[in-house]
Design a protein around this ligand. Structure first.
Ligand SMILES: Cc1cc2nc3c(=O)[nH]c(=O)nc-3n(C[C@H](O)[C@H](O)[C@H](O)COP(=O)(O)OP(=O)(O)OC[C@H]3O[C@@H](n4cnc5c(N)ncnc54)[C@H](O)[C@@H]3O)c2cc1C
Length: 576
């Protein structure tokens, strides 16, 4: 019987990565729950067994409920009734089955009713659910907003809200407004303190809010009158039970139809401040978005896998010119690149998730006791790695999901354009991944300082110290040659001293960096499990080589004055 987890042994490989031991030991705080809770693991092996079981159950639910429901959900979508959002009928069935399977409160400590799973496992669950239905994955995975409430809320707020999420209530993150998209400093939704009732009141409009009629909202609002930038913004918790927020409109979208995108009106809605005033955007929303970006990376990998599965199955069946199309070089070229991007992208996702796990767990431990000097050094190291890897994992995987969905349609020929085939839905669903939670352009903005200050280069040089299997050495040598080109390209761009030129070339440097990091990751994976990854390592490094050399040539040949060709085009377009 199909199972979205056990059908793909690559996932178990990432679960048994050497760094997982440290992740689990930290997460379980040396297994302090083992005598208090029946489901708490007694040691590392027990914890991993437990994760596998949950993944196995989820893989089954995905294959047998969520995926079979996905077409109906896509066709029906949600609708509006008297200011309330009603999901597609089968979304309720999906929600029910995830509640019965105990898939809520994934990351929360057991004392609040949670499962205390690390982010790496949460990302795997997200990947599986997204492969079955990317729209539903949004509805389910927004439960991770609770991490931000746990981190920055009071103990009273934790006790009030976390058990409700563990029982299956939904969440949303209400940030975007008509004039505040990529630039959230422009948020204007007003928060005023109501002295009489000792609470805050929210007034204004939010737009494009996924799952916007959820039970518990995290809301970014302007609490400091007269301010116009991020320093006047605070984060609030709105509880739907208190009322005051209506859904004005549900967007009609290209894809992810199962995921309701709502316009919300706040009319004197009662809210609680989460954390301190003025830190809403600077600290809390940054944490919220970093978590959500990893969620979109996992969603993207799920669709990369599903697109590859669909294309492979079709190519094995379809014959033309008396030959199965999978035997045509043009077709297996597409399929092998899809698989290589999937394997490399997934490796980047789980490496990032493990980094996030280590620093988040250490931060959590620091809430109870002082960290040792070694732990403080470890915290610093993994915070830096997680910060540097998150924009790469989100940006590259969201682009790969789109590329794989596009190629899946190409492999299907004309049938790919016909609504009966799943790949058209994957193509429509994937398009948003590189837009929400920060467009790819904004991931480049987040990554560029790590490119110019040498952070990535020093990470890459450390990665180069890892030995690879002898049969992969020549691929590693080829990757090492790319690192020299990246270093040269970074220096060339920095030396230009022209900010506009630097911004213009940033995307190319970002892709060169990501291509090299993913090459080194897949080489490492292929060294440990050649039966799973040797082919992809061979294909991916060749792909990276072509990309990096292309960008290198562009950057080295670029003259400052060339920027005018691009600006001129812009002006002509404006005039036309
Ligand atoms: C289906 C869907 C679901 C969503 N869910 C949520 C949600 O749950 N919660 C929420 O708060 N929001 C949500 N959003 C909003 C989403 O995060 C924003 O649409 C996104 O951040 C982009 O903002 P924008 O649409 O205003 O585009 P803009 O910011 O206007 O961007 C337009 C273009 O300009 C580029 N650009 C802008 N600034 C820069 C810059 N500094 N450098 C380079 N390029 C730049 C962008 O990359 C893009 O290409 C959702 C949106 C959609 C469509």
């Amino acid at each position: 019987m199909a199972n979205y987890y056990s059908d793909h042994p690559e996932l178990e490989f990432h679960l048994s990565h050497p760094l997982m031991k440290r992740v689990v030991d930290l997460r379980e705080k040396n297994y302090e729950d083992k005598d208090k809770y029946e489901d708490a693991p007694v040691d590392y092996e027990d914890a991993i067994e437990n994760y596998k079981q949950i993944l196995e159950i989820t893989g089954d639910v995905c294959a047998n409920v969520i995926a079979p429901n996905s077409e109906d959900v896509d066709l029906e979508g949600p609708h509006l009734e008297n200011g309330r959002m009603i999901y597609a009928s089968k979304t309720y069935e999906n929600l029910d089955v995830t509640r019965k399977a105990g898939l809520w409160g994934i990351s929360m400590p057991r004392r609040y009713g949670g499962l205390n799973l690390p982010n790496t496992t949460f990302s795997m669950l997200s990947e599986l659910i997204a492969a079955a239905d990317a729209g539903f994955q949004n509805v389910w995975s927004l439960q991770s907003c609770i991490d931000t409430l746990y981190e920055f809320g009071s103990e009273e707020q934790r006790q009030k809200y976390i058990p409700r999420i563990c029982a299956g209530e939904g969440m949303s993150m209400d940030l975007t407004e008509p004039d505040a998209g990529s630039d959230l400093q422009r948020v204007m939704l007003k928060a005023t303190y109501d002295k009489e009732n000792d609470c805050w009141r929210l007034n204004g409009v939010k737009r494009f809010i996924t799952n916007g009629d959820s039970d518990i909202h995290l809301v970014l609002a302007r609490s400091e009158e007269g301010t116009h930038d991020g320093r006047g913004l605070s984060m609030f918790i709105y509880d739907k039970r208190d009322g005051g927020v209506d859904v004005r409109h549900i967007e009609h979208k290209l894809g992810i139809h199962g995921s309701p995108t709502c316009e919300l009106t706040y009319k004197n809605a009662k809210a609680e401040l989460c954390g301190s005033t003025r830190l809403g955007l600077i600290k809390y929303v940054m944490a919220l978005m970093n978590g959500a970006r990893l969620g979109i990376a996992a969603q993207s990998v799920g669709v990369e896998q599903e697109a590859y599965n669909e294309a492979l199955a079709y190519a094995k069946e379809r014959a033309q010119f008396g030959e199965k199309i999978i035997n045509f070089p043009a077709v297996y070229d597409m399929l092998s690149r899809m698989k290589a991007k999937l394997d490399a992208g997934r490796s980047l996702l789980y490496q990032t998730a493990r980094y996030v796990d280590i620093y988040k767990c250490l931060e959590d431990i620091a809430r109870d006791r002082k960290l040792t000097p070694e732990e403080r050094t470890e915290l610093k190291k993994y915070t830096r790695l997680a910060d540097a890897f998150t924009p790469l994992a989100k940006g590259m995987n969201s682009e790969y999901a789109n590329q794989n969905a596009y190629d899946a349609i190409s492999v299907h020929g004309g049938s790919g354009f016909i609504m009966e085939y799943k790949c058209q839905r994957l193509y429509r669903d994937a398009r948003i991944f590189s837009i929400y939670e920060g467009t790819t352009q904004l991931q480049v903005v987040a990554a560029i300082r790590y490119i110019t200050n040498g952070t990535y280069l020093s990470i890459i040089k450390e990665m180069l110290e890892n030995a690879v299997a002898p049969e992969l050495q020549s691929l590693k040598d080829r990757t090492t040659a790319l690192v020299d080109k990246l270093e040269d390209a970074v220096n060339t761009v920095k030396e230009s001293g022209n900010q506009c030129v630097q911004d213009f070339l940033a995307r190319r440097l970002y892709e060169m960096t990501a291509d090299i990091i993913m090459s080194l990751l897949i080489l490492d994976d292929a060294t440990r499990a050649p039966e799973l990854f040797a082919k992809s390592a061979n294909v991916y490094v060749r792909h990276a080589e072509a990309e990096v050399n292309g960008h290198y040539g562009f950057i080295k040949n670029f003259r400052e004055e060339d920027i005018e060709f691009y600006k001129a085009q812009e002006k002509e377009a404006e005039e036309a």
